[in-house]
Design a protein around this ligand. Structure first.
Ligand SMILES: [Zn+2]
Ligand SMILES: [Zn+2]
Length: 229
């Protein structure tokens, strides 16, 4: 039996509804001698998931609801849960929404399509396109996260904050624009997620791309400031 099923069985047998993370880990240590680090309550939650660990079918096998940090409510498998699934990317302070449940059916929340912008080799790294494609996605999502951990999730041009305006569904949503320096076009170079990537709302993002090559976000910001004086 997988750890997840062992935990579920122990909690069901206990007859209790609310558990702390420590209680769950202790139950497993007592019953099976399981290393507490192998017991991952966030992964058993309908509304929460660990960074990157919970990638596959486990999403369907949930039995907890996270109440607050380290506090969980046991509801069992096949619960008709309604609500968002949150994830806090490693090292990040901001939670993002990765999916939602409607009457017990899970759906992924789509990330902005421009996540992969300019990293697919269309404007640079011409000599090494194939090599890059293999793990483009992994690299890009890590780079995106580093950019957002540093710059935050507000648009760098107009300061738009999706979470503030749209509430829960806006959490973690923002495009990431890749600033390609003229000198680097058609040359292979090491991407600096803080200097070369910048969070932009879709409107501002579209505006910088009205120019080809794209206008620098600082320039768009200046234009916007002048206009609004
Ligand atoms: Zn904007
Ligand atoms: Zn862009």
């Amino acid at each position: 039996m997988a750890i997840l099923e062992q935990v579920e069985e122990l909690l069901a047998k206990s007859g209790k509804e609310f558990f702390s993370s420590t209680e769950i880990k202790n139950l497993m240590a007592e019953a099976y001698g399981t290393n507490p680090n192998s017991v991952l309550p966030p992964d058993y939650c309908y509304n929460r998931t660990n960074n990157g660990i919970d990638k596959s079918g486990m999403l369907k096998r949930k039995f907890l609801i996270r109440i607050e940090s380290g506090q969980y409510r046991y509801v069992g498998f096949d619960y008709k849960f309604n609500g968002y699934v949150y994830q806090k990317p490693h090292g990040s302070k901001v939670e993002t929404i990765v999916g939602f449940w409607k009457d017990g059916i899970y759906s992924e929340v789509r990330q902005p399509e421009n996540d992969l912008e300019d990293l697919n080799g269309q404007t640079f790294i011409e000599g090494s396109t194939k090599q890059v494609t293999v793990n483009t996605y992994e690299r890009n999502s890590a780079a995106r996260q580093k950019c957002l951990d540093f710059h935050g999730y507000n648009c760098k041009v107009c300061d738009f904050d999706f979470a503030e305006v749209y509430g829960e569904i806006g959490k973690g949503f923002i495009h990431v624009h890749h600033i390609v320096q003229i000198a680097n076009i058609k040359r292979e170079y090491e991407l600096d997620p803080v200097k070369d990537l910048v969070p932009l709302c879709p409107n501002c993002h579209a505006m910088v791309h009205r120019h080809n090559p794209a206008m620098h976000p600082d320039e768009l910001r200046e234009r916007l400031c002048q206009k609004n004086v």
